[in-house]
Design a protein around this ligand. Structure first.
Ligand code: PLP
Length: 398
């Protein structure tokens, strides 16, 4: 028995079986490469699900973590800590946000956003608590965020769900308007639906939501947990649409793999979360915050954001060529923005993903039939060439 198989066996004996893992154990990562327990190298085209955007063990982030680890690990939010302040300053100076609440994951960031929306409406004397979310969305696995997630398979057995959450059709403003009533508090939307199959918002959709939110006094929440931090080209996806949300949530790539989430908003809304209303023990933890500040500096001053934009255009072109070569009997569509792409197949994605792994490239699925690619923003053209060649071969053989 190989080392990978041995570790998979041990894992199955002690871990809750809620994931469907690839049959390899990853031991080490460097740049765009992962190495398994038998020393085999893989080109990482998913970056820990759109998370390790600077590449594995990026030296600047490692240095930030090492320095902070000798200074202070944790003091909790009963006191102020400098890394958290510095990170919030970076978020506010590079976005619409004026106030930030830190937590540890995407679900927690969205949970905070949804709670804030209800509370803010109540503070204005409005009995508005209903949330409009979208079909095929993904917002997390806490009860509130999984209720917002418009994929009923994730609700099975967990009912009753949180009351007052409705799902409109993504891209369809009329279906949103039809759901707005006197109890509506907020709209939550992904600028690109990630888990739901990598579907970018159609042109004008986010601007239309902004207009509806303004007309009806609703809080507009952009879930940028997956699209933020340069994943779709600009630092935040909302910046390409010319509209600002009232709340933006971040997590995945914010810490390049160290767990951290953020709920970013304007001062006027933030005022509703007075002391005692919401909290997180680890939120804005010095280790995580120091890493995330290093990520901002690399993206903005280290040129990684621009690198990612150039790589994104190249990947889009290569995937488009591939889709044309494979034709409509294999590929429905290749779509995406920046370095977040989905290749929708006619058949299931799982065998293609397994075959890619056998050929040394890691990708994953976003839904049953979509292969998702979300490589580190530092990916080079030759690596993109290799990945697309492997993907094409895997699709042909499927
Ligand atoms: C991954 C994801 C989440 C959930 O993040 P977790 O850190 O897994 O809780 C929420 N929203 C979007 C858009 C995501 O992609």
């Amino acid at each position: 028995m190989g080392r990978n198989e041995e570790l998979a066996d041990r894992a199955r004996n002690v871990l809750v079986g809620n994931y469907k893992q690839q049959p390899i154990a990853i031991e080490r990562g460097e740049g765009c490469y992962l190495y398994d327990a038998e020393g085999r190298r893989y080109l990482d085209m998913i970056a820990g699900i759109a998370t390790v955007s600077l590449g594995h063990c990026h030296p600047k982030v490692v240095a930030a973590l090492e320095a902070q680890s000798k200074q202070l690990w944790h003091a909790s939010n009963v006191v102020y800590t400098l890394p958290q302040i510095e990170l919030a300053e970076r978020i506010c100076s590079s976005s619409f946000a004026e106030r930030v609440f830190f937590c540890n994951s995407g679900a927690e960031a969205n949970e905070a956003a949804l709670k804030l929306a209800r509370r803010w409406q109540r503070d204005r004397g409005q009995d508005r608590f209903e949330i409009i979310a979208f079909q095929s969305s993904f917002h997390g696995r806490t009860l509130f965020t999984v209720t917002a997630t418009g994929q009923p398979k994730y609700w099975e057995g967990f009912e009753p769900m949180v009351p007052g959450v409705h799902h409109a059709k993504y891209g369809d403003l009329a279906s949103v308007e039809a759901l707005i009533g006197p109890k509506t508090a907020a709209i939550i939307v992904e600028p690109v639906q990630g888990e739901g199959g990598v579907r970018p918002a159609p042109k004008g959709f986010l601007a239309g939501l902004r207009k509806l939110a303004d007309e009806h006094g609703l809080v507009l929440i952009f879930d940028e947990v997956q699209t933020g931090m340069g994943r779709t080209g600009p630092l935040f996806a909302y910046q390409r649409h010319g509209v600002e949300p009232d709340v933006m949530t971040l997590a995945k790539a914010l810490g390049n793999g160290i767990p951290i989430g953020a709920m970013c908003t304007r001062e006027e809304l933030a005022r509703s979360l007075v002391p005692g209303t919401h909290a997180s023990t680890f939120g804005g933890n010095p280790l995580a915050a120091a890493c995330a500040s290093a990520v901002f500096d690399e993206l903005l001053d280290g040129g990684v954001l621009e690198r990612g934009q150039i790589a994104g255009e190249y990947l889009a072109a290569r995937l488009g060529d591939m889709a044309r070569r494979l034709g409509p009997e294999k590929v429905v569509e290749a779509r995406g923005q920046g370095l977040l792409h989905g290749v929708e197949l006619l058949g299931p994605a799982a065998p293609v993903i397994s075959r890619c792994r056998e050929l040394g490239v890691i990708v994953n699925a976003a839904g049953e039939k979509v292969v998702r690619l979300a490589p580190p923003l530092i990916i080079e053209h030759v690596q993109i060439d290799e990945a697309v060649d492997v993907l094409e071969r895997a699709i042909r053989e499927s």
